[in-house]
Design a protein around this ligand. Structure first.
Ligand code: ASP
Length: 310
């Protein structure tokens, strides 16, 4: 029997510590704890890592505090376009969706692409059609509305700028969510979900739905979920790079993730972080920003919930 572990994130970025009120910090930590507990219970009861990561991400998507599902950022045309992906390290099966709207839990649609279609990645109208065929319920724009996200968009509307929802701005919030897990069988899984970046162009796809970049799982190495400026993560092929460093160079989870986040991603100018777990239930959560909303728990480590550097 293997040791179990679960790590989750709610986005990485630059958040000035003084801007966070104790009340807000308590709300973030409460929602992180809730999502962590939901996923961890599945692992404790002998469930699979793929079920655990989907469950944790669904709960983060349901929280308006994070930029995924409810509370997703606004695009340049004032809409929400969500991306998500999920991967099972047992057989490297994967599912991803991009540019979708109206669906409460994009991560479940990504899982359905993995399990109920012959494809790995469906985008836009095709992904929505697939959801309709599976009788997904579609929500109106009001379900996804969040006043803070709206104000962030108002500041950028009409410009060519787009930004992480956790930029240097005073009122910014962190965003994208993800989970990685190792179950009693030693199977690894990863899930990532996002609303993307505020004021992004129609049709822009970030790293979160790209297998091997924002999300990856391979039982031989690790499970990874990333957060940060997607354009840089794509160029640095972040998640697969960590896995390759472990597989081909024999690096530990910690060494591989540190190298990728603090050297290789930085070398292309990228900011952000990732969460990772290996088959021995080791957990790594490096980031090169001021903070990253994160929580973890394992067989031998009690629950830890943090925002800033420890
Ligand atoms: N990586 C996401 C994207 O570029 C944004 C984030 O992590 O907050 O779409």
């Amino acid at each position: 029997m293997h040791k179990i572990a679960l790590a989750i994130h709610g986005g990485a970025g630059t958040l000035v510590e003084g801007m966070m009120t104790p009340q807000l910090e308590t709300r973030y930590k409460k929602d992180l704890r809730f999502a962590l507990d939901k996923g961890y219970k599945i692992l404790e009861n002998g469930g699979s890592s793929i079920d655990a990561v989907e469950e944790s991400v669904k709960n983060l998507e349901n929280s308006p505090l994070f930029n995924a599902g409810k509370g997703s950022v606004f695009t340049a045309s004032g809409k929400h376009e969500m991306d998500a992906s999920i991967m099972d390290g047992r057989d490297k099966s994967a599912g991803a969706i991009s540019l979708i709207g109206g669906i409460r839990n994009p991560i479940s649609l990504a899982r359905d692409v993995m399990q109920k279609s012959e494809h790995v990645f469906l985008a836009g109208e095709g992904a929505m059609q697939f959801a309709k065929e599976l009788n997904y319920k579609f929500e109106g724009d009001e379900y996804f509305y969040d006043s803070l996200r709206y104000n962030q968009w108002q500041e950028l509307k009409g410009t060519d700028n787009f930004q992480l929802d956790h930029s240097l701005k005073k009122d910014s919030k962190f965003g994208t969510v993800g989970a990685v897990a190792c179950d009693f069988e030693g199977n690894l899984a990863a899930a990532t979900s996002t609303g993307g970046m505020t004021n992004k162009r129609y049709g822009r796809i970030g790293d979160s739905s790209l297998i091997g970049i924002g999300n990856y799982a391979n039982n031989k190495t690790c499970a990874i979920s990333c957060t940060g400026s997607g354009e840089f993560f794509i160029r640095a092929v972040v998640a697969y790079d960590v896995s390759c460093l472990m597989e081909y160079k024999g690096l530990s989870l910690e060494a591989a993730t540190e190298l990728v986040i603090h050297e290789r991603l930085l070398s292309v100018g990228g900011d952000g972080g990732l969460i990772a777990v290996d088959k021995n239930a080791n957990i790594a959560m490096p980031f090169n920003t001021e903070g990253m909303y994160r929580a973890s728990k394992s067989f031998e480590q009690k629950e830890e919930i943090s925002i800033y550097k420890n």
